[in-house]
Design a protein around this ligand. Structure first.
Ligand code: TYD
Ligand code: MG
Length: 487
């Protein structure tokens, strides 16, 4: 009896001992490998804090902190140990072999220009922009007109019927190679891709996507991070280009963690004034091309139209011989175009004069006003100054300084600038006109559009400019330019 009892108990004893052994080993392994920590992350700016806060101390947003698990894996010494055998070896850069990169042109010259010549296989392209600016329209229009390529359009925002209604509006639609699915699960995306084997995938928008691996709401930092990681693996493993649409927050940054922008290959920003028809697609990051490029579009009732000649932005709204208007020969990326700068100065009604700028940096406007006051002797301290770049576009080119200053003076003295004159030049703090880039393209564009005179910095090499059919007037200082304009 006793013996039988022993025999009965013994296997049980062994099994429990085994479990205990495995369990302690697992715990030991976990303790030595990974340590889990809880942090709170701001959804707006990504700031971290060890405890929950109602208001982010960095960006000031309310109720944006979410709990996140940080798993820190202890290094096992692989990276630093010199004895470890390693199959990955450094090689001479000249020995690295690359196949030719096949870029897929998108049948949209402006989009191609910004992408650096087309879509690269396996690239992840993120397009950000304000709500209603036309991101979905841009991408759907591309999907509907790209020749010989199957596009899978995954929308987490609209139903298939809504996408169809939008597609019916777009006139330039030429192909029926576009598959649509209204879904928010990244986990199901792999099966959608397997089902229709597309050449390009569009995800509208990354903030609406979710994966079951992460236990938080769509749009949260960890969801966006994990979904992008999954998409990135999909893209790189299958050399499948993926276009992501991203929301932006109230500061104009793409919503979600900053790491999102680090993970993707290309970041484009679609911007413009919603009250104007013009839209600008800017490249912020591009691993396969220049970030200096911009694409210009016009939002029409039947989709986006490419604007091949940006100077038409200006010529549409050309105001005839009005005071306070100056034409600048600007360059964005490598493209020259002429824009109209409008200024209005008036006597300030209150003690502190107002300064307002649309499409131009307000701090730079204040700097130019100080230069005008101190170096050119114009009394503007008691004046309200309003500045506007026509067409609703934002210009970052410093060469438009000269036309900003000229338009302010023109408004202040109520003397119109001759209609055939345009300007290009950066203004320095001592009132000198500093040299600018791509002078030939600017002068060429002004000549092409029938301007008779262009004022440029003397420090640029002027000898090459004789070939253009335009009177080139080099200037060194601000007052010299004003004498030419208002004499
Ligand atoms: P949409 O692409 O939905 O913007 P986003 O995806 O960035 O939120 O664009 C919405 C706006 O564009 C909407 O206000 C209507 C306008 N629109 C046109 O003017 N013409 C068109 O052909 C289309 C499709 C939209
Ligand atoms: Mg949309």
């Amino acid at each position: 009896m006793i013996k039988r009892g022993c025999l009965k108990r013994q296997p049980l004893f062994f099994v429990s001992q085994m479990f205990l052994l495995i369990f302690t080993k697992k715990i030991n392994a976990r303790v030595s490998m990974a340590k889990t920590k809880i942090v709170f992350v701001c959804k707006e700016c990504g700031a971290e804090s060890p405890k929950w806060m109602g208001r982010c101390s960095q960006c000031g947003a309310w109720n944006t902190f979410v709990e996140e698990e940080v798993v820190s894996v202890k290094p096992t010494g692989g990276a630093t140990s010199f004895s470890a055998s390693n199959t990955i070896k450094p090689m001479r850069l000249t020995d690295v072999q690359v196949g030719a990169v096949r870029r897929t042109p998108t049948a949209n010259a402006e989009l191609d220009r910004v992408l650096g010549g087309g879509i690269v296989p396996g690239a992840i392209i993120l397009i950000g922009g304000e709500p209603g600016i036309g991101k979905s329209t841009l991408v759907l229009q591309m999907a509907l007109s790209i020749p010989d390529r199957k596009v899978l359009y995954v929308s987490g925002e609209e139903s298939a019927q809504q996408i169809k209604l939008r597609a019916e509006r777009i006139r330039s639609a030429t192909t029926d190679n576009c598959m649509v699915v209204s879904d928010t699960s990244i986990d199901r995306l792999a099966s959608h891709i397997k089902e229709c084997s597309p050449d390009i995938v569009v995800v509208d928008s990354i903030q609406t996507m979710e994966t079951e691996r992460v236990d938080s709401l769509p749009g949260s930092i960890s969801q966006i991070k994990e979904c992008t990681a999954v998409l990135m693996r999909m893209a790189k493993e299958n050399a499948l280009p993926i276009i992501l649409i991203g929301h932006i927050n109230k500061d104009g940054q793409i919503a979600g963690p900053k790491i999102l922008e680090h993970m993707v290959d290309v970041v484009l920003q679609f911007e413009g004034d919603r009250n104007h028809m013009y839209r600008i697609l800017r490249s912020i990051k591009n691993r396969f091309g220049s970030t200096n490029e911009i694409g210009i579009f016009e939002m029409l009732g039947d989709g986006l139209r490419e604007v091949a000649n940006p100077s038409e932005l200006l010529l549409n709204e050309f105001s005839q011989s009005l005071s306070g208007v100056a034409i600048a020969a600007a360059v964005e990326g490598v493209r020259p175009f002429l824009i109209e700068v409008q200024a209005l100065t008036s006597t300030a009604a209150y003690g502190t004069p107002q300064r307002s700028a649309t499409g131009f940096d307000l701090r730079r406007l204040n700097m130019l006003l100080a230069v005008l006051e101190k170096r050119a002797g114009f009394k503007l301290a008691a004046k309200d100054v309003f500045l506007n770049i026509a067409g609703g576009i934002r210009v970052c080119d410093p060469a438009i300084d000269l036309s900003v200053a000229a338009s302010i003076l023109s408004s202040n003295t109520d003397m119109a600038i001759n209609q055939g004159v345009c300007l290009a030049g950066e203004i320095g703090l001592s009132g000198e006109i500093r040299p600018i880039t791509r002078i030939e393209q600017r002068v060429g564009e002004a000549a092409k559009l029938g301007f008779s005179q262009i004022i440029v910095p003397r420090f640029n090499r002027i000898s090459d400019l004789k070939k253009f059919n335009i009177d080139v007037r080099p200037v060194t200082r601000l007052d010299e330019a004003f004498r030419l304009l208002f004499a």
